[in-house]
Write a protein that binds this ligand. Structure first.
Ligand code: ATP
Ligand code: MG
Length: 252
């Protein structure tokens, strides 16, 4: 049997918010660590890596993680695309102070006026950001559709990484619908916020859908002292192991 890649667990320091521009040094370093760890947990793949970012509930830091992760990946000169896949309550456009439409849903419906170059960010030449676009009546169906598969396949030709910011697993099925088209999923946990029972439900859903969970990001940890972080690492890692340790073959 093929040896399973080790799942990992990352901690993101406190006192930082969303943006690439004004992150604290410690927080920036944590995102770089996340980037480094990803290279060990991603399935071997010469092409584009498509990574979803989700969590159990609202407000745990999915969009923050997706924005900052895509940024640190782009810093390595790889071509990186961030997609706002939360087609219900999108937030990437707001965080980045760009227009929410046209965006991903418009790309999905094949709008001819859409050119991927229009989504090039002004911050790094190889960092592209697609906001959610015109909100559809049926996000879950759209995200799990053939059109979605085709669009991601086309985008994969141009990018080394595609990071998709997704809604929470316990509230809507959108993240699970997308999971069949991605290489792996990152689950964000917010310290002193995420409830154990919700996390259990989240991992149960991910397991049932055979999602390849790459690891968890512990967001907004309260201490930057390493011994304390270790303690938290262990506490949650034990918990994570019991729910996250399942066979999850690469989807692509
Ligand atoms: N590490 C952090 N430190 C401080 N504030 C944070 C941190 N992470 C996220 N936030 C703030 O918490 C709020 C929620 O974060 P974010 O939008 O990333 O969560 P989300 O999981 O995407 O939420 P939703 O489920 O609504 O999409 C935002 O105001 C964000 O700026
Ligand atoms: Mg969000």
């Amino acid at each position: 049997m093929k040896k399973q890649k080790k799942k990992s667990f990352f901690s993101v320091a406190d006192n930082q918010k969303t943006l690439h521009k004004n992150l604290e040094f410690t927080a920036t370093e944590q995102y770089k660590l996340l980037r480094a760890n990803l290279s060990f947990t991603l399935p071997e793949n010469d092409g584009c890596n498509i990574i979803g970012v989700t969590s159990s509930m609202r407000g745990e830091g999915k969009s923050t993680t997706a924005v900052n992760l895509s940024y640190v990946l782009a810093e390595t000169n790889k071509n990186v695309l961030l997609i706002d896949g939360d087609l219900r309550i999108p937030s990437v456009a707001k965080k980045m102070r760009i227009k929410n439409a046209p965006g991903f849903t418009d790309l999905l419906r094949g709008a001819e006026e859409i050119d991927i170059e229009d989504f090039k960010s002004p911050f790094l030449r190889n960092w592209y950001i697609i906001p959610a676009g015109t909100l559809p009546p049926n996000p879950s169906e759209l995200l799990g559709s053939k059109r979605m598969e085709k669009t991601l396949a086309e985008l994969s030709e141009k990018f080394d990484y595609i990071i998709i910011d997704l809604p929470p697993v316990n509230i809507v099925s959108d993240a699970l619908a997308v999971s069949k088209f991605i290489n792996g999923m990152i689950v964000v946990i917010r310290e002193e916020y995420t409830e154990k029972r919700e996390l259990e439900t989240c991992f149960r859903q991910l397991r049932l859908s055979n999602v390849n969970v790459l690891g968890c990001v512990m967001n907004e940890t309260k201490s930057e002292k390493s011994y304390y972080s270790k303690y938290r690492y262990k506490r949650y890692y034990k918990y994570y192991k019991s729910y996250g340790n399942y066979d999850s073959a690469s989807k692509r």
